[in-house]
Design a protein around this ligand. Structure first.
Ligand code: ZN
Length: 208
């Protein structure tokens, strides 16, 4: 929803509701962990109240544990934290699960997948950042394809049920390759909201 038109938020929420998209992806940025600020609880709650699909909330914030309760109250179904934003990642993961949400761990482009080996069985999603977080509309980093493959290998080796989510620079041109590398969940923002027909674009993405 980072690329939605916030002056016409209800219209854009309704577009996602009626589209083939499976859920809403919300990027929360604090201006510290990433060089940008996005939006906070009132917007998350508003989307929750109008959304007919689950809310996947991606926290690009330092020390995210401070806000797990608030995001649960605002309607988050999935909470994703960044690997290096949590000093005690195992505890953070357990707390999110205890609050009744699914949990994801996000890896920036420079973070190796192997760092997840001890926690991969405890999490529901690995979110591979295929751009550096902070802004919509960036170009997909090609190395992400191999990284998705390595993530898949780790999941199989550790008999984890985690799904692989890919976020950043996803479009109909690269979606098939991303999917074939082992990705389960494609996140797209700019490509959809800048398309002439966003709903048709989502349909096209789902069909690659
Ligand atoms: Zn995201």
């Amino acid at each position: 929803m980072l690329s939605a038109d916030f002056g016409n938020l209800n219209r854009d929420i309704e577009m996602v509701n009626t589209s083939n998209a499976d859920w809403f992806h919300l990027d929360i940025m604090d201006g510290v962990y990433v060089p940008n600020i996005s939006y906070g609880f009132p917007i998350v709650s508003h989307i929750h109240l109008n959304a007919k699909k689950p809310l996947d909330v991606h926290l690009m914030i330092v020390d995210p544990d401070r806000y797990f309760n608030e995001f649960k109250a605002a309607g988050a179904n999935i909470l994703t934290v960044h690997y290096e934003a949590c000093t005690h990642l195992h505890r953070s993961v357990q707390r999110i699960k205890d609050l009744g949400m699914k949990v994801g761990v996000a890896l920036n482009p420079h973070i190796p997948v192997s760092l997840l080996s001890e926690i991969i069985k405890d999490i529901d999603f690995v979110l591979i950042m295929s751009v550096n977080p902070g802004f919509g509309g960036q170009k997909f980093i090609e190395n992400s394809i191999e990284k998705i493959e390595r993530t898949k290998e780790l999941i199989i080796a550790k008999q984890s049920n985690a799904l692989i989510e890919v976020d950043g620079g996803v479009n109909v041109q690269n979606a098939k390759r991303i999917f074939n590398a082992g990705c389960n969940v494609l996140v797209a923002g700019n490509a959809i909201f800048n398309a002439e027909k966003p709903e048709a674009y989502i349909k096209e993405l789902k069909e690659v």
